[in-house]
Design a protein around this ligand. Structure first.
Ligand code: VG1
Ligand code: CO
Length: 539
């Protein structure tokens, strides 16, 4: 029997990046099956098609993959490509989908959210271009989850995921591949490995990469240690664990504190970390934190040093809440610069249409058209390539950049686990106020414009509304507020602050942005609505 009766389960609407829920929710009868069959139903065809499957190794990854195999076989797929041990980082999955033309891929990950039996799991579908399902595809999947009556699943002998090799189940060929090889090969096509190897092996450049017990360990070991000659102790927490060692695999100053301490205490030249599924990156110089918005702008400005990008960029893009540092580089280099809603799915069309080469988000996401996902290790290699080519330190490069372009101070304040109703009331009140804000002053700052961001995709004309509230001030400052679409309990409020300054380049961002924070309180009443005196996480 391969046909199983089922009925719709509420709440299977994907968020910013796929469907994320507590493991316990995914373990409910038919929960995973309903969602996977809804993906398959949304595809034009499954018969004979190739599908890529992998995940970040978190708790439930292996079991979910066996279920997906049973369902893919019953749905008639011709071939499944699966990363060894069930492991594929998000950018590696994107790379594999593009290299072996597929109808898409299923990536099992809840990214930077913690893992384990009581923590989070996630599943997302990527299309044939290797990128996150578009908004319209996501909508079709969601509608399918609301109408599903049956799913297909074969009863099969489990596939040994740990051995590279081929298996046949029904009419489906199942290939378990090396998780790293294709990705490592792609990286070698993009960067100057000789120059990076020379920098690292000269003996006076020391780096540390923190894989945070998550998926990038094997990738970083092979590329940084194996191919570039970094010492083996320069990749830490390199063993992927189902619970990420009990930590949040989120590369920021709060959760990657071990890396920060190591870089500062040992006086290392460069530090970097990646998240659960390997698409985020944080980079550090010696005692020098580099904000992701600045990192994106700097890499765009310095991209000429990187072989793959030395002939110029087609254009660039950033998510709306990301600071406008990138726009200044684009203006100087005469490049088109696009502003998209939060989430990587909006960059794919721009890359497919060859309108952009580089793009990024404030949330530690940077990427290029080499794949259709953000890519943590790629960003680290970009930095290493630029460091090797210029012979300068990360801090020198960043300070010189600010000297040329001025500095966009940026910070994001997250309020986690806020009562959902309270957050909804806050936004309702704020949206009502929006038309009246322009022309008034709050905490001494006068509002120039206030609106809710909506995006019209320049390639396919699709419109995405309600993508965050923006408040612009006459000082050039900006406040953005939106609710997270990746959390699994309550509401997470994100408040983004940015302020341009052409003169003062070395302030503490929290000090430079304090006037905007006061204005936010005056306009929005964050404290009153959330009951929180301070944010939970500041990045
Ligand atoms: C967050 C970030 C967003 C990012 C998304 C997925 O979404 O803000 O920039 O694209 O996570 O990143 P939200 O809706 O919670 O703000 V990852 O590394 O989960 O794939
Ligand atoms: Co991620």
């Amino acid at each position: 029997m391969t046909l199983h009766a089922t009925s719709p389960i509420e709440g299977q609407k994907p968020g910013t990046s796929g469907l994320r829920k507590k493991v316990k929710v995914f373990q409910q009868n038919n929960y995973l099956e309903n969602f996977v069959q809804s993906i398959f139903n949304a595809l034009e065809r499954c018969e004979g098609e190739r599908l890529v499957v992998g995940g970040d190794g978190r708790y439930l990854n292996r079991d979910a993959i066996q279920t997906i195999i049973e369902m893919a076989v019953a749905n008639g797929f011709g071939e499944l490509i699966i990363g060894q041990g069930g492991i594929l980082s998000t950018p590696a999955a994107s790379c594999v989908i593009r290299k072996y033309p597929s109808c898409g891929g299923i990536v099992l990950s809840a990214s930077h959210n913690p893992g384990g039996p009581d923590e989070d799991f996630g599943i997302k579908f990527n299309g044939p271009n290797g990128g996150p399902a578009t908004e319209s595809m996501t909508e079709v999947i969601y509608r399918n989850t609301q109408q599903i009556t049956e799913y297909r699943k074969a009863d099969l002998e489990p596939v040994d995921l740990d051995k590279i090799g081929e298996h046949k189940r029904g009419a489906t060929l199942i290939r378990v591949i090396d998780s790293v090889a294709d990705y490592a090969e792609l990286m070698q096509q993009l960067f100057d490995f000789d120059a990076m190897r020379a920098l690292i092996s000269a003996g006076n450049f020391h780096l540390c990469f923190d894989a945070m017990h998550a998926v990038t360990g094997p990738y970083a070991k092979q590329i940084l240690v194996g191919l570039l000659g970094a010492s083996s102790d320069s990749v830490i927490n390199a063993e992927p664990k189902e619970d990420f060692g009990g930590h949040h695999p989120d590369p920021n100053l709060v959760h990657a504190a071990e890396l920060v301490d190591r870089v500062n205490e040992q006086g290392l030249d460069f530090g970097a970390a990646s998240d659960g599924d390997g698409d985020r990156n944080m980079v550090l110089g010696n005692n020098f934190y580099i904000n992701p918005c600045d990192s994106l702008a700097l890499l765009a400005a310095q991209s000429g040093h990187i072989p793959a990008y030395s002939s110029g960029l087609a254009g660039v893009a950033r998510s709306m809440p990301t600071s406008r540092a990138l726009d200044r580089v684009a203006a100087k280099l005469n490049l088109d610069c696009y502003e998209t809603p939060t989430g990587w799915k909006f960059f794919g069309n721009l890359m497919d249409a060859e309108r952009i080469t580089f793009c990024g988000e404030e949330s530690f996401g940077t990427g290029s058209n080499h794949v259709r996902e953000k890519d943590g290790l790629w960003a680290v290699l970009c930095w290493l390539n630029v460091l090797a080519a210029t012979g300068k330190s990360a801090a020198e490069l960043m300070q010189e950049h600010w000297g040329v372009y001025g500095r966009d101070y940026f910070s994001r304040h997250d309020y986690e686990g806020v009562d959902s109703d309270a957050a909804a009331t806050m936004f309702t009140e704020l949206k009502q106020k929006l038309p009246t804000l322009a022309g008034s002053a709050y905490a001494g700052l006068s509002v120039e414009q206030a609106d809710e961001f909506s995006y019209t995709d320049p390639v396919d004309g699709s419109v995405s509304q309600g993508q965050g509230v923006r408040i612009f001030f006459s000082t050039g400052g900006r406040i953005v507020l939106r609710l997270s679409g990746t959390g699994t309990s309550g509401a997470t409020l994100r408040v983004y602050y940015d302020q341009f300054d052409a003169q003062q380049l070395d302030l503490d961002p929290q000090v430079a942005l304090a006037p905007l924070m006061r204005a936010a309180e005056a306009i929005v009443g964050i404290q009153k609505h959330t009951g929180r005196a301070a944010p939970d996480v500041v990045t």
